[in-house]
Design a protein around this ligand. Structure first.
Ligand code: NAI
Length: 348
């Protein structure tokens, strides 16, 4: 902060990030250096001399990276996303503060989940390619009505609730599971077994934790209805991809709509057209006629990008200007009982 400006090292910068952050920083109150590289143990040294690192979903802030950042004077990891499974927040405690953007547009993600579902079950992706080739045959394009079907929503926070509302608009029955179910939101909460056994469509909107990692596995897939449609717009590792492939080959899984993939960080957000993909699991998933993959795209609306930039910079302003940050995270914040500071002060 030699010139009084907070210096931000911005990792994994894409042209849409730069556009939205430059618009939000039009008065130049921050000094932002955009790095194409993702944050990792190999690139953490780039942040030397900066006050903040700004990172996204596939940057890595494990213990070693946190130690490097703290030693080089970085005071804040400003996540420009909601999920924080890529940051070792327990290790960060006492060394470096962490803030996130808890909500930027739950509508963007929930609407993308429904777009994937409709595309998949009405075969829009196939019809689009066919008609571009002047093939107007309807063979193989039979879908099914959503009306009257049961949607199982796992995780009923901001995004899950919007998705549930959208499903209700289609005349679907919605059942829900949440580890911490809310009250008064009109949702019909059931246990996970009931979700697996009764849902025609299951959509995941819970965080990735040790408990939720591979919650879709050979055992749970075996308990699902034949023909179930699985939608994952949360985090890839909620699903054991190999078990999903087996479920698809066994014809138990009718379709999968994946906008996240467990090993996405080496692939997503990059152009590999014309290259040989090393990830065999992803290649096999993509080769399946009933699998749709989008590359972590659900957040990508103008509204969401603008909210991300505004909230990230406001987190930084609060942190340096007010000595507190309402979107700060620590490992105590997420535990029952919570952080004693309650965002009135910094977590430590
Ligand atoms: P949120 O924090 O509002 O809701 C998460 C819900 O999951 C909460 O109700 C919580 O009680 C519940 N939950 C926690 N542990 C659980 C468990 N073990 N089993 C079932 N439910 C559990 O978060 P929001 O904004 O709705 O986002 C949900 C997830 O979606 C995030 O954790 C993130 O990983 C992902 N996400 C993906 C985006 C994308 O671009 N695809 C964008 C934003 C979030």
């Amino acid at each position: 902060m030699d010139n009084g400006k907070v210096r931000i090292a911005f990792f994994d910068a894409k042209e849409y990030d730069i556009a939205s952050f430059e618009k939000e920083n039009a008065d130049g109150r921050y000094e932002i250096k955009y790095f194409e590289a993702k944050l990792s143990a190999d690139t953490a040294n780039l942040a030397a001399g900066y006050d903040v690192v700004c990172i996204f979903v596939n940057d890595e802030a494990g213990a070693d990276v946190i130690d490097t950042l703290a030693a080089s004077g970085v005071k804040l990891i400003a996540l420009r996303c909601a999920g924080y499974n890529n940051v070792d927040i327990e290790h960060a405690f006492g060394k470096i503060h962490v803030a996130r953007v808890p909500a930027y547009s739950p509508y963007a993600v929930a609407e993308h989940a429904m777009a994937l579902l409709l595309t998949s079950i009405r075969r829009i992706h196939k019809a689009y390619i066919r008609t571009r080739d002047f093939n107007f045959s309807l063979s193989g394009l039979t879908g099914f009505d959503l009306h009257g079907k049961t949607a199982g929503v796992v995780g009923t926070g901001k995004i899950g609730r919007v998705f549930a509302d959208i499903c209700r608009g289609f005349g679907m029955k919605v059942i829900a599971y949440d580890k911490f179910p809310g009250s008064g939101n009109g949702l019909d909460y059931v246990d996970l077994d009931t979700i697996w056994e009764q849902s025609d469509i299951i959509s995941f909107h819970c965080p990735l934790t040790d408990e939720t990692r591979h919650m879709v596995n050979a055992d749970t897939i075996g308990r699902m209805k034949k023909g179930v449609v699985i939608i994952n717009t949360s985090r890839g590792a909620l699903i054991d991809s190999e078990a999903l492939l087996d479920g698809i080959k066994d014809r138990r899984v009718g379709a999968a709509c994946l906008h996240v993939h467990e090993e996405e960080s080496d692939v997503f957000f990059h152009d590999f057209s014309g290259h040989i993909i090393e990830d065999d699991t992803l290649a096999r998933l993509i080769s399946m006629p009933n699998v749709i993959v989008t590359s972590h795209q659900a957040f990508l609306t103008q509204e969401a990008l603008s909210n991300i930039a505004a909230t990230t910079l406001s987190n930084i302003t609060q942190f340096f200007g007010e000595g507190r940050c309402e979107n700060e995270l620590c490992y105590k914040c997420e535990k029952v009982g919570g952080c004693p500071q309650e965002h009135k002060k910094l977590c430590f």
